[in-house]
Design a protein around this ligand. Structure first.
Ligand SMILES: NC(=O)c1ccc[n+]([C@@H]2O[C@H](COP(=O)([O-])OP(=O)(O)OC[C@H]3O[C@@H](n4cnc5c(N)ncnc54)[C@H](O)[C@@H]3O)[C@@H](O)[C@H]2O)c1
Length: 347
């Protein structure tokens, strides 16, 4: 039995608890949040016997084997490092941290301690994405030449997810002093992983970031709204392919849309997660001369929570691990530098 603790009991923690609850051999034993009322409500909801407002106490007292770190981005490094030092396996939310040196420290510490360490790039739950990685690795598309991907949200220009102006979970995401790295750190991280997982290592990146004025003085209460709202990147991959990748919270008309298309010398594939997680469209072989696409159903894949539980059980780390989280963080750091200096940054 894997005894699991959840640290940070806000919105996303519900997704973690709902998934882990369904996995045989995993028991939710403890919850922790700096907000005492929230942790009680959450622990009651998921029938978790132990509740804490201090991570140190949780690690010393709860008897857990593993933790999931679902706190805001700014706390990922500090809390994960404490959990690793206490010998706990860690599933950490994305982005792995807010700066590359911290993510490197986390990856090194976890490897040295021998604990399972994974980062929740949750779109790896898509069977189509897993199949895309296999197709590229098998050479089914030939040599990869062009990649196009976007992550579109619209919570700044709609109320699809409520009123951002009065919701702390949205407000901290707009404020760099609250540890946010903007849309790039929040969801740009997902789309960079989603494209790079099949296509491979990135060699260089150029990025343009934009922060739009959206409140008087661009401030609401304690939140200075200075983090980026839109990001447009061009990526050069080690295999020579070029990628156009974007992320925005102003994609009016889209709730949470991710698409990826990969074009090679022998074929192409495209994934649209609004349409399906399990299907992709492919244009292969003779079809490419007519630019005709067919729908392909992909073999089911375990979700991130199942992968983490299996890794702990087998004591064998699965992907995406902290090293992958660090690799993506390096690209994010390069994006901020690229935007500040308006130049391409080598990785
Ligand atoms: N993988 C995904 O698809 C996905 C989706 C949504 C959110 N996330 C990530 O999950 C994390 C949490 O996001 P959220 O939307 O649940 O945020 P949230 O603001 O709703 O919840 C965060 C919780 O952490 C608590 N917290 C803050 N500091 C803490 C500390 N030091 N110790 C313990 N608890 C602390 C807060 O009180 C709050 O209850 C973020 O890193 C976010 O990027 C990932």
């Amino acid at each position: 039995m894997i005894k699991l603790a959840i640290i940070g009991t806000g919105g996303m923690a519900n997704t973690h608890a709902n998934h882990f609850q369904k996995i045989r051999g995993v028991k939710l034993v403890a919850a922790c949040d700096v907000d005492a009322k929230r942790v009680e409500t959450f622990a009651d909801k998921f029938d978790m016997p132990k509740r804490y407002t201090s991570v140190e106490e949780l690690l010393a007292d709860s008897g857990c084997d593993a933790v999931t770190n679902v706190t805001p981005d700014a706390y990922h490094a500090e809390i994960s490092l404490k959990a690793i030092a206490a010998g706990k396996h860690v599933l950490c939310e994305k982005p792995l941290a807010t700066h590359y040196p911290d993510t490197k420290k986390m990856a090194d510490a976890a490897r040295k301690k021998g604990v399972i360490h994974m980062v929740n790039f949750s779109y790896r739950n898509s069977a189509a994405l897993q199949h895309a990685a296999q197709m590229v690795a098998d050479g089914a598309l030939g040599e990869i030449r062009h990649v196009d991907a976007h992550y579109f949200q619209s919570w700044l220009s709609s109320t699809v997810w409520g009123d951002w102006q009065t919701t702390p979970a949205w407000l901290w995401r707009l404020s760099s002093s609250h540890g946010s790295k903007g849309v790039l750190g929040d969801v740009g991280v997902h789309i960079l992983d989603m494209a790079g997982f099949p296509v491979g290592k990135m060699k260089a990146i150029h990025c343009k970031l934009q922060n739009f004025k959206k409140a008087k003085g661009n401030k609401i209460g304690e939140y200075k709204l200075d983090a980026n709202d839109s990001a447009v990147m061009t990526v050069e991959y080690a295999n020579g392919a070029l990628g156009a990748i974007s992320a925005t919270r102003y994609a009016t008309g889209h709730k949470n849309s991710l698409t990826l298309s990969i074009h090679g010398t022998e074929g192409a594939l495209r994934i649209d997660l609004d349409k399906s997680y399990d299907e992709m469209e492919v244009c292969l072989g003779e079809d490419r001369h007519k630019a005709e696409w067919k729908t392909k159903k992909c073999k089911p894949t375990p979700n991130m929570y199942q992968r983490f539980a299996t890794s702990v059980r087998k004591q064998q780390n699965d992907q995406p691990d902290f090293a992958r989280g660090a690799e993506i963080q390096k690209a994010l750091d390069a994006c901020y530098l690229s935007d500040a200096e308006d130049r391409t940054v080598k990785l």
